[in-house]
Design a protein around this ligand. Sequence first.
Ligand code: ADP
Length: 482
Amino acid sequence: MPVLDMNDDVLKESLHDLYEQAPCGYIFTLPDGTLIRVNQTFLDWTGYARDELDSRHLQDLLPAPGKMFYENQFVPLLFMQGAVHEVALDIIRQDGTRLPVLINSVLRVDAEGRPQWVASTVFAATDRRAYERELLLARTQAEHLAEVVTASSDAIITGSVDGAVQRWNISAERLLQYSPEAFLGLRLREILPLGGDDEYERIVDSLRAGEPLHMETVAVRCDGEHIDVSVSITPHTDDLGAVSSLSAIIRDISERRALERLQKEFLAMASHELRTPLAAIQGHAQLMQRRGAYSALGTETIITQSRQLARLVDDLLLASQIDADRLQLRLDELDVVAAAREATGHIVREGAAIRVDAPSRPVMIRADRQRLGQVFGNLLTNAVKYSADASEIAVRITDGEDQVRIEVVDHGIGIGQDDIPHLFTRFYRVGDVAGDIQGTGLGLYITRRIVEGHGGTITVHSEVGRGSTFTLTLPMSKNALP
Ligand code: ADP
């Protein structure tokens, strides 16, 4: 390499230009931070005129936290190590805006090791900061997404494109009942058979082609139990556009399916329940018309069957009001003992009468007279329907400090423990009884909503073959709802 003549004026000028116009700022300061020289690039970036920086300190160009950092960390480190690299700071420009920079500083010392001056290079870090911010934002978003996945009530499972399960959330463990260890060795196919071999292959082909899948199907739990689910499987592609992984969102729809089944059964049952009394009414009316004669039996049947029909229609209307949260109660002061006696009087029963054990004085509550009558009516009708003719049925009323307790006790067929939690669901009827005894499965649903509408509670204690006790509590008048 030919040696440059450092006395050459042209060369000196070029070096000077290189220094002034460099793609970075140069700053020279005394050890206390007094600015002694800066290059043109630094002036261009910050907007200061050269003389504006005369006898200013570098730390004067930093915002308060930066100034503290400079004095307490940067300078001591510089004095200790002789150099500091890539420190991120903000410099306040002449117009007050901030310039994010990275500073590298070197301390010059004299022969005795005394600090003389500090030379710093300054790189603009606006792009780098923006990039860092984007990275941070992306990380925060990914963290939020991960939180959503963890907290989701849907099961979420990701797997490789050949179906090996890789990750899953807590809801997946809950829904499918696999332990984390068991999950790892699983294949998606074991959880989602997706309608058999041919169908599965067809689905996998379209997923590999990048098409997402939405379907209602069954998922298989760890214990082999099948659950009704809706599934969305999304294929994810890599940078080259090839499908590299799959994620499945699995939602438990078994409750919805159970309700749909109940509703279907209800429709079949309701049309039967409506048709039977209608046929009886029609039959007897036609018979009287044909004979041209009044019949006491015919009239009696027409009246009782019309009542039955009216009750059914009332129940259906009331249930739909309750479903729409539009149950309205007209509250009055009333004696619950008298209401119970009146209700038992309406119950037609072969064999033994219904006993009422209650205080001889009135027990006052605030209630909707008609709806309370319905509550007694439903519980007593059930007690009669689900008991042998002569078995004992009783209503027991006890009043306490704050509430009155009403028990409707029968010694009938009883209810299995598995059925008890579902009794108050609309349309629910105990399977092996429902076929033989008429009913809609609406009575207890309506009863519970009316009782709760009064601020009360209803529970049931029952044993199959021994009988059932439905227990209500209602607030006493002074504690009642306004
Ligand atoms: P239903 O019109 O079918 O009687 P309910 O809602 O009143 O409807 O009752 C729901 C189901 O609960 C009934 O179908 C019956 O299987 C069961 N059930 C209700 N009360 C009794 C009772 N006292 N004894 C035995 N089973 C009962």
